[in-house]
Design a protein around this ligand. Sequence first.
Ligand SMILES: [Zn+2]
Length: 337
Amino acid sequence: MDSGTVSKDQSSSAEQQPDAPSMFEVKAIPLKGIGLVALQDIPQGTLIIQEKPLLVAHPGAPDALEILLSSKLKKLDKPSQRQFLSLHNNFPGKHPFGGIMRTNALPCGSGSEIGAIYPTICRINHSCLPNSQNTWNSDTEIETIFAIKPISCGEEITISYDRGGPSAARQAFLKQAFGFQCSCAVCSQSPSLLRESDNRRSRIQELDDQIGDPFRMMQNPVESLKDCHSLLQTLNAEYGGYPGALMARLYYDAFQISIAHGDKARASVFAEKAYEVRLMCEGGDTPEAKKMKNLAANPSAHSSFMAYSSKWKNTKKKLAGEVDEEAFERWLFRTSD
Ligand SMILES: [Zn+2]
């Protein structure tokens, strides 16, 4: 896992992947070191690779972490040790194992402190506009990579390691956390296009914060739902129609706003949409995907059903008669209320 202008030792490569499926190859990428490249056109929603971790660790004080990693490494078989040691280290110094961990580890779930190292998945480079998504399935304890948009043969497979925000914030985070300078398609746009992208990314953060405000959700749910609709449009604009799991989070927020005021009809549609997104970008067997599927079938099972009010209580079917997509969206997000 590395990217940008950092050069890396390219001696380790595809020969360590005897069982690599034909969907991709592990190879040297100009200016990026090693990465994964599609060997065929990969449709959206395809599971590209899944792996169990070689090792997992909590972050800790550098000396203590080095000792812990050393003892964990000793317990691995020789091929696994070689796989770990062949990964790039952007933090050379007196903590070589910790440096490899910091450069390559992926969190076991969003927001998790625990980092995991994978033999092949850790070779996937970052992009601020990724074509794939990494997901930790806490039920199966497997990391998956799904194509979140159609990938062409010869295209590099990328995931996002950043935490959102405009380019300056992403660059600072990527440099500090992983030790590289991002030079992805978004970050290397012309200044005027980058400014437009930065404005959209700032707007995405702003809307996200606003939607997460429980008081607003309670007192002004129509405005909260309108924010969800604005977020949907901004995500689609910024991510070229393929925002991946960000869309699932948005639909779940809209579900929560609806169900907290008793609106089972819209809540069910939002949960169904969240499920469809998760099915596409992480498969149907993650706890999050299963939860969305259950809520679509039975939205009032959610703990916040009518927690704020019953003013949107209805048991009616979605919409009477035939409606076009735009009319349905207006109804769904209450944009004409
Ligand atoms: Zn970037």
